[in-house]
Design a binder for this molecule. Sequence first.
Ligand code: ASP
Length: 329
Amino acid sequence: MKTRRNFIKLSALGGAALVTTSCLSSDKDKSAIKTTQKTIKPIVISTWIHGMKANKAAWKVLEQGGKAIDAVEKGVMVVESDADNQSVGLGGLPDRDGIVTLDACIMDESNRCGAVACLQNIENPIAVARKVMDDTPHVLLVGEGALQFAKEKGFKPINLLTEKSKKDWEAWKIKSKYQPIINSENHDTIGMLALDADGNLSGSCTTSGMAFKLHGRVGDSPIIGAGLFVDNEVGAACATGMGEAVIRIAGSAIVVELMRNGMSPNKACKTAVNRIIKKHKDLTNLQVGFIALNKNGEFGGYSVYNGFNYAVYSKSQNEMVDAAFDRNW
Ligand code: ASP
């Protein structure tokens, strides 16, 4: 099956080198919890090709000794504000009723977290999620309440539906008769994980979710433990792909727990993907990918199908990594 992701041409990587292995640590490495002298920091990793420019923005914060939590917020905001990106923020594909609804969450080194779901008309949901974390005793605000909160915090409502996304929705309506399709073409999310110079981890995750979804549908991306999880003693993980499948196994929390028990980031992602495969009889169109980063700055990624990649910025170099995978489309 052809996917939007498969269409990503290597030429789009610009000057970046394409790395085909997917982690720095050996699967035999049991030292994920201990920070060693060899710790690679700062480092930031994020999902898909749009991770390249997101990493660049995050790196600006990290290279100046800034905090991981600020890096992961600033990083993904670049992708949210890109009107040409149809899977995140402004320009995101709408639900089946033509309404753009956004989901995002953020988590820091102290297990503080904030999230918004089904948020309309706000370009940078990650910044609203950050405010939920910083300024309220809550973790998750949804729908109208999230929008009201955003306005109170000074965010300006705008129209998020671009002409292009509107046209794509209109074309979809004719063919699909308002039945939301669940397949590989309707996904993409930016999830970002960073380890700062002080050795602290944070993460962020933001998406417009499944294209042409039922109005009100929320996937894994704003759910702490599913789309994103950070434990500063161990590591961090985030997910992309079919959110329902990720929620069913508490995906990102599982990846972090597997690292806690000694697995490398790569092996932990692979084990979580295998669990998804085991729990789902029908894997048609069920793409899920995880990325993970541990306390030592070691990273990894794994997906159900080929085609998933992520961007890694460390030691002043930003490059794409092809994730290992279980099967070919
Ligand atoms: N995980 C997101 C969701 O299910 C979408 C994606 O990653 O493509 O909403």
